[in-house]
Design a protein around this ligand. Structure first.
Ligand code: CU
Length: 191
């Protein structure tokens, strides 16, 4: 029996060959279908349901490339935004509203009460979240405002909802390179 199954090769080889071709074709069809389906579902989730990314990035040619690293704390800035975190033990920042122009600013946080953090909600600000752990300390970072508008900042510690504020930004659109050049040319930019 075993020898008999191994002997008559040609016809069987052809059949196996056809079978292999058929399987490959079927696999290709399935793969295509999967690709098409996943593309569609990506489109759906990106456009309809939650679109913080596409929403915040749609409008501009001054947008830094996605994936730009956050700005380091050290470096030039055209001005400083001074904010106090948790004054008198409150779950708040003071002031809750500030004004600035477009460009790169230093943000200096006086930590009145620890256990907070500070970040700008818009990714395009290239702001690196600050951890505000020690009361009495001062922590700083730099923020990029590419165009006029309201830029919200907040503490994202659970339970601290509402600990937030806004920077009202005015001025012409700027790229990061332009903003850094302007900041470097600003005499008072030393930390
Ligand atoms: Cu907080």
């Amino acid at each position: 029996m075993e020898q008999a199954t191994q002997e008559p090769v040609p016809a069987r080889k052809i059949r196996i060959g056809r079978l292999v071709v058929g399987i490959l074709a079927a696999a290709a069809v399935v793969a295509l279908a999967v690709i098409v389906m996943t593309r569609n579902s990506d489109d759906d989730s990106a456009s309809s349901s939650k679109s913080p990314r596409s929403g915040s990035t749609e409008s501009s040619t001054t947008q830094p490339p996605l994936g730009s690293p956050p700005l380091s704390a050290e470096g030039p800035a055209v001005g400083t935004l001074q904010i106090t975190a948790g004054p008198d033990g409150s779950l708040s920042f003071a002031p809750t509203a500030l004004n600035a122009g477009t460009g790169v600013y230093r943000v200096t946080i006086d930590v009145a009460t620890g256990g907070h953090d500070f970040t700008f909600l818009a990714r395009e600000t290239l702001f690196r979240r600050l951890v505000l752990s020690d009361a009495g300390s001062q922590v700083s970072g730099r923020v990029f405002f590419p165009r006029a508008g309201d830029y919200r900042f907040a503490c994202l510690v659970p339970g601290h909802r509402g600990m937030s504020g806004v920077v009202h930004v005015s001025g012409p659109d700027t790229t990061l390179d332009q903003a850094l050049a302007a900041a470097a040319a600003t005499p008072t930019s030393a930390p």
